[in-house]
Design a protein around this ligand. Sequence first.
Ligand SMILES: [Zn+2]
Ligand SMILES: [Zn+2]
Length: 358
Amino acid sequence: MSVYVALWDCPTCSHVGNLGPHTNCAACGSPRPKKVHFYLPENPIIVENEEEIAKSLAGADWICGHCTAHNKAWETICRACANPRSEDSEDVTIEEKEYEEGEVPVTGKVKRELNANELAHVREKAAPSSKRFLWLFPIIAIAIFALLFFWKRDGEVSVAAFEWERETEMLHNEIVQKETWDLPSEAMNVSSFQAIHHYNKVFVRNETRYRTVQVPAGTERYACGKVSKGNGYFRTKYCTRTIYKNKQEPYQQAIYMDVPVYSKKYRYSIWEWVKKEPIRASGKNQSPEWAKPSVDDMNKWKEGDKKAKYWVIVKDNEEKLHKEEIKFELWQKMKKNDKLPALVQGVTGTYKGLNLKE
Ligand SMILES: [Zn+2]
Ligand SMILES: [Zn+2]
């Protein structure tokens, strides 16, 4: 256990840092206030002297109800007015206070008067200055630049040319080899064999394993804060807590095995429509058509899904060409030299895309 010397501040003359055990202000001689606030500075004096340690633990100081003088615990009559200490009178014992670590007060309640130098510094900081908002100008400049950069307005382009591309998926009817669990009625050349259908988890045995658990193993005392003794000293505060130790604890782990389950699987041939390379047609005009299959035996071929893309090539006011994909319904109604609404950059007028209402 350690004992520390506390400090207190004088509210009468604002003197800071009176030694805790002193019952009168070192500057003005006033007695400690009735509700004295003891605190511990960052590097407090540690009491080493056995006699002083004993005094610090003797108990809290008491304040005389007749004259408000502060007296030590072992004093039985007031040192100022000589009235005896009494439980019936207005005598007050200063309270002990417990603090958690980190909550021990480190300053007094009296604010120190600022000296002339410090006062000047504070005034300078608070003074308004025209330079305070200078940092805003680059931010405003960047914001205006960004607004102009992203600003788009309505413009106009003219239709210069058309393009299209059409694609047809081709399917070929052919015999394919297959393996399945269920046999379709159109299957040919059927054979069967045993194959693994799935696995079953089967219990084999229980195995004893060990895991680490924490069990209580008694208690320990540790420093958990400080106690203000009510006499100008603080001492270490102690708390107790449970300590734990690791223990190996056995448990049963079930062990399983994967056992394959066999079933009858079929191998067979079957006629199927199989996807082949699609056929494509494209052009730079406004007369789209679907590609014609160039195969002899149309019994063995058929057409599948169809896809198409249509583009309009527009000319902007800087004579630059832009290729835009659009819907067929709009595309087929357009004519060369038609004017189309577009979006252009607000400042430079550069083309940024079509603005068609659908
Ligand atoms: Zn004072
Ligand atoms: Zn007294």
